[in-house]
Design a protein around this ligand. Structure first.
Ligand code: ZN
Length: 509
């Protein structure tokens, strides 16, 4: 047993964030209308706006195949919200979950380009939130260009479609698409995709464009109309590239390598050396340790959020950012606890600041999931002589914490908690059962000695509705519990002493 215990101790599972080193292409169409909106936001952002936090409601659409397969679980997506919120914390935009919507539709899960899929997404939109559809696959032949994600506007669309694998990825896919949702263009606007003058992947190519880029207009982007080539001195920053002046020129440098370093020495037509901002969220560079927005980008996004187009997002319902910043510490069971019984295991944990809900996941012998606002859960569905893992996550509208969740494991025994005697307490009689609401439930017993006891009444969801700490006196005794506050249903009464637990099912009528 000692060997097994140490073996499992070394196996304490720590969840880690999946990392995808790839920055995946997006298929956002930055057409003339899109750029007009951006231009308006940039122009308006020069008038001083309040730099107060913006709170964005998000509807997460978890798309699955017809049979429910190939999707994300609620827990998986909620756990990624903290990454999104951390990455937007600097610019004071905070995202809270307005709703989670599940859609079972194989076609939508793979082929979002079909008219029927677009209609389905429009019909599923939460009109009071930013909408994100998380899909299994984005097939090339259904719309062009394809990619890992895209923001779709026009024709009543106004939603983001993303691969289920991308939230929280190192490519900042979700953060990038939300940038588009709030009108930002690529830093390399005009140089995307299969540019006729560029390399096959698009963007700058020294063999074609030379060390000094002399062309004044770049054409052939699959995602943007022809546009002026931006200069390093900022002289055309409001009419070229992404129209944001604190992001330097980017001739699509990030598309040619999986790196975060500038591969070439390149000069603009004025002879100024180009120093791009490769770690910008709206660029396509890859493998940067972190990515950022500039102040100019933030101001344009704020302006978009404050515009009439986005009035539906300004609900005023959330005004304070209260993220979960601590992990849940499970106080019972302890790692490697071995219980005598199997049909009554109490899981307890410490309360976590800002938690609204706790999700208890049990795995191993069975897969069980519970939600509660309490800090304990009584589990009766376990099997005898089985090994279980339990982890508890704290949630609120901003998602769950980014901290690791530490699992503990325990083993159930073969005994049952449904005993009705312990060594000292005997001749126990609990009546009436069923008990009518407001009637007293009587515990009649004989005790050999004074014994400290904890009386607990809980419902089948594990919620403790009555907890009494008392001492049973030696001799024959009666103890009464008032049931007037209880709704009718099945409850479990437990009397816990140092000698064990006496447990009985009680029906309240
Ligand atoms: Zn993009």
């Amino acid at each position: 047993m000692r060997f097994i215990k140490s073996l499992f101790l070394s196996l304490i599972m720590i969840f880690s964030i999946n990392s995808y080193a790839q920055k995946m292409r997006c298929s956002t169409d930055q057409d003339t209308e899109f750029m007009k909106r951006l231009q308006r936001n940039v122009d308006n952002s020069f008038t001083q706006k309040a730099k107060v936090a913006r709170f964005v409601p998000v509807e997460l659409h978890l798309v699955a195949d017809n049979d429910g397969s190939l999707t994300l679980t609620e827990d998986e997506i909620i756990s990624k919200m903290c990454i999104l919120n951390n990455r937007y914390a600097d610019i004071e935009m905070h995202f809270y979950i307005a709703g989670i919507n599940k859609i079972f539709n194989t076609t939508l899960n793979h082929r979002q380009g079909l008219a029927s899929s677009r209609t389905l997404m429009r019909n599923n939109k939460n009109e009071d939130a930013m909408n994100i559809f998380l899909v299994n696959e984005i097939l090339q032949n259904d719309f062009e260009p394809s990619g890992a994600a895209g923001y779709y506007t026009g024709g009543g669309n106004d939603f983001i479609v993303m691969l289920q694998s991308t939230p929280g990825d190192d490519g900042y896919t979700m953060e990038h698409e939300i940038g588009h949702h709030f009108s930002l263009a690529h830093t390399h606007f005009g140089w995307e995709g299969d540019i006729s003058q560029g390399s096959s992947s698009g963007g700058y190519n020294p063999l074609i464009h030379g060390d000094t880029v002399t062309i004044e207009i770049i054409t052939g982007s699959t995602q943007a109309p022809p546009t002026e080539v931006e200069l390093m001195d900022g002289s055309n920053c409001t009419t070229a590239g992404d129209r944001i002046c604190d992001t330097p020129p980017d001739y699509g440098f990030g598309q040619a390598c999986s790196c975060c370093t500038m591969r070439w020495d390149v000069w603009d037509r004025n002879g100024d050396m180009i120093i791009p901002m490769l770690d910008n969220i709206m660029s396509y560079s890859q493998n940067c340790p972190e990515n950022f927005f500039t102040d100019g980008q933030r101001d344009a996004m704020f302006e978009d959020f404050d515009s009439p187009l986005r009035s539906h997002l300004r609900t005023g319902e959330v005004t304070e950012y209260t993220p979960i910043t601590e992990e849940v510490t499970i106080t019972s069971p302890q790692v490697a606890d071995k219980f005598d019984s199997f049909d009554g295991v109490l899981i307890e944990w410490d309360a976590v600041l800002n938690a609204e809900t706790y999700v208890v996941n049990i795995s191993g012998g069975q897969q069980l999931r519970y939600e509660t606002s309490d800090t304990e859960m009584y589990i009766e569905e376990l099997e005898p002589s089985s090994l279980y893992f339990v982890d508890v996550k704290a949630y609120n509208k901003f998602g769950t914490g980014c901290q690791n969740s530490i699992r503990v494991f325990f083993e159930t025994g073969t005994g049952s908690t449904s005993t009705n005697e312990t060594e000292s307490i005997n001749d126990i009689n609990i009546y009436p059962n069923p008990v009518k609401n407001a009637e007293d439930l009587v515990i009649d017993y004989n005790s050999d000695k004074n014994i400290v006891s904890k009386i607990r009444l809980h419902n089948l969801q594990g919620k403790v509705v009555e907890l009494i700490n008392t001492t049973f006196a030696a001799g024959n005794n009666k103890f009464k519990i008032n049931t007037s506050a209880l709704i009718s249903g099945l409850y479990i009464l437990e009397i816990e002493t140092e000698e064990g637990i006496i447990s009985e099912k009680i029906i309240v009528e």
